[in-house]
Design a protein around this ligand. Structure first.
Ligand code: NAD
Length: 365
């Protein structure tokens, strides 16, 4: 077996159905007495559940979390947290709410309990992406990691089927990201130290779990067993993202999402097959593993992803979400202009063509 390094991220996970009930115990374990509860305006009802369970013992509720963690929202929430003497954060919601929770807890140095309600996986990563003047900046620090994560399948039952589909593909993108770091005859000498069989197991298992149940959730969003497996897959895939670096797929999505204000999970969904296809020729081992985890792939990961996206009936053209044809060059410039690890060299013309195909909604080849 190759030499590798494995750095598990610390953090406590409580998983199941009805697990929100365990929140008071979790807060008591951590000696929290005045948590600030975070949500988006749409999930205000969830904050009432939290307040009820904690018998009103909260510093307050801030329900203005927004996509891509805009810094002005964080500053407003920070002022509110300080004014109300918050000693901790409880974020209940998707990646937007969890991102705000991370931004506050990291700045102030207070503990953070996450209660995820989508499959985005942010709760498992030491990564914080924030938008400042329309540009998304990402930083990674172990202190960004939440202390405790409560996964309650019941809270995901209301996630609409279209969002379940794109959020699930967003999660697969995290694990697919890892798969592209697996050693290949081409990059093994340079990247072997990054490989890690434990995280690899999680990636394959996470992709397999999500890919097997997402079509079922789209057909029947009330299937608790399918939802449970999807949340389990999301946890594993989020762990993958939290344990390895990012490459072309996340760079594309951050640039498109942050600079052109495109929706996060939908952008990941449209970009993923193209990003994988861009790297495919230089990572044959990873492509084989990905194909094995995807049902109906016939041994071809891109085909498997195309079939999955077809079944999920998701939109695949970014022009639908507002990306302009004139933005293609700007996006290509930004993606090609910054430095980050990727198994294949970043070629500006090829990146431009990739973005054009995603803009037009042409399937990946
Ligand atoms: P989101 O958090 O923006 O949620 C989208 C909408 O769905 C919101 O209005 C939310 O309130 C609502 N919603 C969430 N769960 C629901 C449920 N169960 N039922 C009904 N409505 C529900 O979407 P997201 O895709 O989870 O998160 C996207 C954000 O997370 C982006 O800003 C992205 O950058 C960030 N993210 C960060 C990381 C990381 O590691 N730092 C990882 C993944 C995503």
């Amino acid at each position: 077996m190759d030499t590798f390094e494995y750095n598990p991220n610390p953090g406590r996970v409580v998983f199941g159905s009805g697990t929100l009930e365990k929140l008071p115990d979790e807060a008591a374990r951590m000696n929290l007495s005045a948590p600030l509860v975070l949500a988006t305006p749409r999930q205000l009802a969830c904050t009432e559940l939290v307040k009820g369970l904690l018998k009103g013992n909260v510093a307050g509720v801030f329900s203005e979390a927004a996509m891509h963690t805009p810094i002005h929202v964080t500053e407003k929430a920070l002022d509110y947290a300080k004014a109300n003497g918050a000693d901790s954060i409880i974020s209940i919601g998707g990646g937007s709410t969890i991102g705000l929770g991370k931004a506050i807890s990291f700045r102030v140095g207070i503990p953070h309990i996450c209660i995820p309600t989508t499959y985005a996986g942010s709760e498992m990563t030491p990564i914080l992406g924030e938008t400042i003047d329309g540009v998304k900046r990402t930083q990674s620090d172990p202190k960004i990691l939440p202390s405790t994560v409560i996964y309650d399948v019941d809270l995901t039952m209301t996630l609409p089927s279209a969002m379940s589909a794109t959020s699930g593909i967003n999660a697969i993108a995290h694990a697919g990201q890892l798969s592209r770091r697996l050693p290949t005859p081409t990059v093994e000498a340079l990247y072997a130290y990054n490989t890690n069989p434990i995280i690899d197991l999680m990636a394959v298992e996470g992709i397999r779990a999500l890919a097997s149940v997402l079509p079922q959730i789209v057909k029947d969003p009330s299937s608790r067993s399918a939802r449970s497996l999807a949340l389990y897959g999301a946890w594993l895939c989020g762990t993958c993202l939290g344990s390895v670096g990012m490459s072309i797929h996340h760079k594309l999505c951050h640039t498109l999402g942050g600079s052109f204000n495109l929706p996060h999970a939908e952008t990941h969904t449209a970009v993923l097959p193209h990003a994988i296809s861009y790297n495919a020729t230089v990572v044959p081992t990873a492509m084989k593993k990905l194909a094995e985890a995807l049902p109906e792939s016939n041994g071809n990961a891109i085909h498997g992803l195309n079939v999955l996206l077809e079944k999920l009936q998701v939109k695949r053209d970014l022009k639908y979400y507002g990306l302009k044809e004139g933005d293609i060059d700007k996006a290509a410039e930004a993606v090609a202009g910054s430095s980050y690890w990727n198994p294949r060299e970043i070629e500006k013309e090829a990146i431009r063509e990739l973005i054009r195909r995603v803009w037009a909604g042409e399937p990946a080849k």
